[in-house]
Design a protein around this ligand. Structure first.
Ligand code: ZN
Length: 286
């Protein structure tokens, strides 16, 4: 099943995607929550109930509503650095022996179709195609063998990065360089985990104005999803709706010769096999 969050008059509501439009799940079955985080928290049983409810309910035309980020206001946006060996090499770092984790502020999230806004204070904004893991059941100290029980869904993501802030501010400001508003678009939809039996073997691509800039497979992860979940949950409690951006393959702009950075008017597409295409346009800060 594919899930989105849309702006209803009373606030954000979760809907399932059907061929003829969107089905508001709480309207289709009042036992279902109206909020994506609550739905994800309820686990596979609620997803199954939602799948049954969406078949008979009336659909809302997709173009008639504003889509919000699939998880609006996630509590945590966790990111993995250098998780593909080819990208580590192009960035001039040795493939790590242990996961490199950092974070983005949740205010950076955006939906499919929203603009990526180039901040006036950066001239080196770059793209990174990434598979996003969405946490369902929360937990701490999750063992690797149970990690996938905590994964509710997947999405395409773009870990937009201001390289001048990330790499050349005092102390290397990864948090700030990755956290400008609009630097975490993801979507277009959440695809529930039952539809993605092998997330560690998905083709992933990024196109800039139609030209392929990154093309790889999640089979090249250095640290697979279950290892990442076990690792980070040693430190913090994962909660429903937390996002994990799992790292990007080679082909990013700053490692090219000459470098390629995003400019106003650019169209960026992240496509992941079985998941979809995330499209965002680049605009200057006004
Ligand atoms: Zn990244």
């Amino acid at each position: 099943m594919r899930l989105v969050t849309y702006q209803a008059p009373g606030g954000a509501r979760v809907a399932a995607v059907r061929d003829d439009g969107l089905v508001d799940l709480c309207e289709a079955d009042s036992r279902l929550p109206s909020c994506i985080k609550a739905l994800l928290a309820q686990g596979p049983e609620a997803i199954g109930r939602a799948a049954a409810a969406m078949r008979s309910a009336a659909a809302i035309p997709r173009g008639s509503v504003k889509l919000l980020p699939p998880v609006p206001g996630p509590q945590k946006v966790i990111c993995v650095g250098a998780n593909y060996a080819d990208h580590a090499r192009e960035s001039g770092v040795r493939p790590p022996d242990e996961p490199i984790l950092f974070s983005k502020f949740p205010t950076a999230v955006r939906a499919d179709g929203d603009d990526i806004v180039l901040p006036a204070v950066s001239s080196e904004v770059d793209y990174e195609a990434e598979l996003v893991v969405v946490i369902g059941a929360g937990g701490r100290h999750i063992p690797r063998e149970k990690a996938f029980e905590h994964v509710a869904a997947y999405a395409c993501g773009n870990d937009v990065s201001a390289r001048d802030w990330q790499l050349r501010k005092p102390g290397n400001q990864w948090l700030l360089g990755k956290s400008f508003d609009s630097f975490a678009p993801f979507g277009p939809e959440l695809v529930t985990a039952d539809e993605i039996p092998d997330p560690g073997n998905l083709e992933i691509q990024l196109r800039l104005n139609g030209q392929t800039m990154q093309h790889s497979s999640t089979k090249h992860f250095i640290f697979p999803i279950d290892v990442l979940i076990a690792y980070v949950s040693q430190v913090c409690t994962l909660v429903p709706g937390d996002l994990i951006f799992t790292g990007t393959p080679e082909g990013v702009g700053f490692a090219r010769k000459p470098p390629v950075f995003l400019k106003p008017g650019d169209d960026v597409e992240v496509e992941i096999e079985r998941i979809g295409i995330l499209r965002n346009r680049v605009v200057a800060e006004s």
